[in-house]
Design a protein around this ligand. Structure first.
Ligand SMILES: NC(=O)c1ccc[n+]([C@@H]2O[C@H](COP(=O)([O-])OP(=O)(O)OC[C@H]3O[C@@H](n4cnc5c(N)ncnc54)[C@H](OP(=O)(O)O)[C@@H]3O)[C@@H](O)[C@H]2O)c1
Length: 258
C-alpha cells in the first residue's frame, strides 16, 4: 500500500519542522520545500531514518516565479496534503523598508500560497480528497499592528475561507492556521525584538502543531491554537474596530515592523 504524500513549505525551521515531523509520525511520505538545500537534506535523512518514510526535497526560493513553477509541477503530479507554511516578517518602518524586500514578502506570504494551492487542487478534486493548511497568523485576524505582514496574513485567512466554501462537495478541505507568538527563528530572522513579551503569550511548536492537527481532523476552517489567542481573537471581533486598533497600536508594538 502506498502512503499518502504531504508537501510542506518552510520545513527547515520552526513550525514547518513541526508539521514535517508530525506528518512523518502519522505515516505520510513527504516533499520538503525551502531554500537551504543542506538543511533540507539533513532533515530528510533524519526523517527517513527515524520514521521510515520516503522524503523528496525540492530546493526552491518561493519569492522567485520559476521556483514556484517547479514546486507547482510537483504538486500537479498529485499530493494528499499541502501545508503552505513558508513566510516571513520584517522589521523597520514601511516607508523606509527596501521595496524589493516588501515585494519578496508579498511573493512568499501571498503569491506562493495562491500558486501552490492552485497547482494542488485539480488532482485533489479529481480524487475527491485532499487537505490544504495555510499558515496565516493572529496578525491576520486582529487589525492595527504592522502593515504588509498583517495584510499578507489577512489575505491568507480570507482566501482560505472563501476557497473552502467554493470547495464544498468536492471532498477537499482548507484550513487557515492562525498562530500567536511561537518560539521559532521567525522573530530573530525578522530582526524583531521580543524580550519584553510575557511568557504566557508564547506557544511551542509541538503544542501548536498538535492543536492544528486536531482542528484539521474536526474540519475547522480557521484554527486559533491557545486559550489566550482564542480570547484575544474573539474579543477583537466583539469590540469596535477603532478600539482594537488603539489597543493593538499601544500594546502590540505597531511601530518598527511592516
Ligand atoms: N513564529 C511566530 O510567532 C509566528 C506567528 C504567526 C505566524 N507565523 C507564520 O508561521 C510560518 C512559519 O514561520 P516560523 O515561525 O516557523 O518561522 P521560521 O522559523 O523563520 O521558519 C520559516 C521557514 O520558511 C522558509 N522560508 C522563508 N523564506 C522562504 C523562501 N523565500 N522560499 C522558501 N522558503 C522560505 C524557511 O526556510 P529557508 O530559510 O531554508 O528557505 C523556514 O523553513 C510563517 O508563515 C509565519 O508567518 C509565525
Amino acid at each position: 500500500m502506498t502512503r499518502p504524500v504531504a508537501l510542506i513549505t518552510g520545513p527547515t525551521s520552526g513550525i514547518g519542522t513541526g508539521f514535517a515531523t508530525r506528518f512523518a509520525v502519522d505515516g505520510h511520505d513527504l516533499v520538503l520545500v525551502a531554500r537551504d538545500a543542506d538543511k533540507l537534506a539533513a532533515l530528510a535523512a533524519n526523517l527517513r531514518l527515524t520514521h521510515g518514510v520516503e522524503v523528496e526535497v525540492l530546493a526552491a526560493d518561493l519569492s522567485v516565479a520559476a521556483d514556484r513553477e517547479k514546486v507547482s509541477e510537483r504538486l500537479a503530479a498529485g499530493v494528499d496534503v499541502l501545508v503552505n507554511n513558508a513566510g516571513f516578517g520584517t522589521s523597520g518602518e514601511f516607508w523606509t523598508a527596501e521595496h524589493a524586500l516588501l515585494q519578496r514578502q508579498l511573493d512568499v506570504n501571498v503569491t506562493a500560497v495562491m500558486d501552490l494551492t492552485r497547482a494542488a487542487l485539480p488532482v485533489m478534486i479529481a480524487r475527491g480528497s485532499g487537505r490544504i493548511v495555510n499558515v496565516a497568523s493572529v496578525a491576520g485576524l486582529v487589525s492595527g499592528r504592522g502593515s504588509t505582514y498583517s495584510a499578507s496574513k489577512a489575505w491568507v485567512v480570507s482566501f482560505t475561507e472563501g476557497l473552502d466554501g467554493g470547495l464544498t462537495g468536492t471532498g477537499v478541505r482548507m484550513m487557515a492556521l492562525c498562530p500567536g507568538f511561537v518560539r521559532t527563528e521567525f522573530h530573530s530572522r525578522a530582526g524583531i525584538e521580543m524580550s519584553t513579551m510575557p511568557s504566557f503569550m508564547w506557544l511551542t511548536v509541538d503544542k501548536l502543531v498538535a492543536a492544528a492537527m486536531r482542528d484539521l481532523a474536526k474540519g475547522k476552517v480557521i484554527s486559533v491554537p491557545g486559550a489566550q489567542y482564542k480570547v484575544l481573537t474573539t474579543a477583537s471581533r466583539l469590540i469596535p474596530r477603532g478600539i482594537v486598533r488603539q489597543v493593538a497600536g499601544r500594546f502590540g508594538q505597531a511601530r518598527g515592523r511592516t
